[in-house]
Design a protein around this ligand. Structure first.
Ligand SMILES: Cc1cc2nc3c(=O)[nH]c(=O)nc-3n(C[C@H](O)[C@H](O)[C@H](O)COP(=O)(O)OP(=O)(O)OC[C@H]3O[C@@H](n4cnc5c(N)ncnc54)[C@H](O)[C@@H]3O)c2cc1C
Length: 301
């Protein structure tokens, strides 16, 4: 079946198609086995073609953003991985509304709004990943969530049909958005406010400094691995049970921020997943707290 998935993908679009693409090249934590087929549709029409074809042939697929909240298992991904970062990255502005396509880095939207003297996106300064990934994860920081500034979202349904949904019709949660599994986020429209450039820059600077202080930015990671439970920050509980700096092979609980797992260089996904399970067990046994994962684990078990 794998060969068929590859055969069917070749020549389907003008955009790039990679076969047996090592996912360590496409994730911020730099690990993971190969994707049988990695497709980069050049525009929305090519994406539609890919999605329709996948539906007809029952090819499993998932959307990869910048892979900054992702652990891909060592055996890789069976089926198609679709990436919008090469073909869908336009940004436009209409008054105080900024519209950005899903493949655009979220940071480009933040920069754009600063240039245009629009306020509302400062808390998101420094969050890596794409607009699509940010919306799918309802990314957030310093008490703000991307949904707070979202006006509407454009989506592609499994048959290639395109719809626009206002925020009120979308089911966001803390670090999540409940969508039909094969729906794809195409773009987001963000409602911002007019601001003063110096004040916007001042806020960006202070968020950026906090981020530098609190996160292990120089290390290979997939961001926060657990959501913060209602009992308090996940990192605090991990630290309290003595796991800061704890290692399994080349995967280590960051000694800077315990809710980050670091790839020391040659970590396997298996080691990271084992470490996640170990943390979950220990925090539950010693504190009675169930940690829920924020990172998405994908690929063949
Ligand atoms: C150093 C570091 C710091 C971070 N700091 C923060 C932070 O402060 N706050 C925070 O919230 N996160 C943070 N993150 C996590 C991560 O950057 C965010 O969750 C980001 O929004 C993920 O975007 P991505 O494009 O990398 O998505 P990916 O990791 O590629 O994918 C994440 C999920 O989104 C889905 N997805 C992606 N694009 C689409 C689409 N177009 N349509 C449908 N589904 C899609 C994927 O299928 C997957 O399920 C951090 C990560 C790192 C490495």
């Amino acid at each position: 079946m794998g060969r068929d998935y590859q055969k069917w993908a070749s020549g389907l679009i003008r955009g790039k198609v990679l076969f047996d693409a090592p996912m360590r090249h496409f994730t911020s934590i730099r690990l993971g086995g190969p994707a049988e087929c990695l497709l980069f549709p050049g525009d929305v029409n090519e994406l539609k073609k890919v999605v329709r074809f996948a539906r007809r042939k029952k090819i499993p697929f998932f959307i990869l953003g910048k892979g900054t909240n992702l652990i891909v298992r060592d055996k890789g991904v069976h089926g198609w991985v679709i990436n919008l970062t090469r073909g869908m990255k336009k940004i436009t502005m209409d008054g105080k509304v900024v519209e950005a396509e899903a493949g655009l880095p979220l940071q480009r939207v933040v920069q754009f709004s600063i240039q245009k003297e629009l306020t509302g996106l400062e808390p998101f300064f420094g969050i890596p990943g794409t607009v699509g990934g940010g919306l799918a994860m309802n990314a957030g920081a310093w008490g703000a969530e991307l949904k707070d500034v979202l006006l509407s979202m454009t989506l592609m349904k499994e048959g290639g049909e395109i719809i626009e949904r206002p925020r009120s019709k979308l089911r966001f949660s803390y670090r999540g958005l409940s969508l039909s599994p094969s729906w794809i986020i195409l773009k987001g429209r963000f409602r911002l406010k007019k601001g003063k450039k110096e004040e916007i820059l001042e806020r960006v600077k202070s968020y950026s400094e906090m981020r530098k202080r609190r996160q292990p930015l120089g290390s290979l990671s997939a961001g926060s691995v657990f959501k913060n439970p209602k009992e308090g920050p996940a990192g605090k509980w991990i630290e309290e049970v003595g796991l800061k700096g704890f290692r399994i092979g080349q995967a280590m609980v960051s000694d800077h921020h315990a809710n980050f797992i670091i790839n020391l260089g040659k970590a396997k996904a298996e080691e990271v997943i084992y470490l996640l399970e170990f943390i979950e067990k220990k925090v539950y046994q010693e504190r009675g707290i169930s940690l829920e994962r924020e990172v998405k684990v994908v690929g063949e078990p």
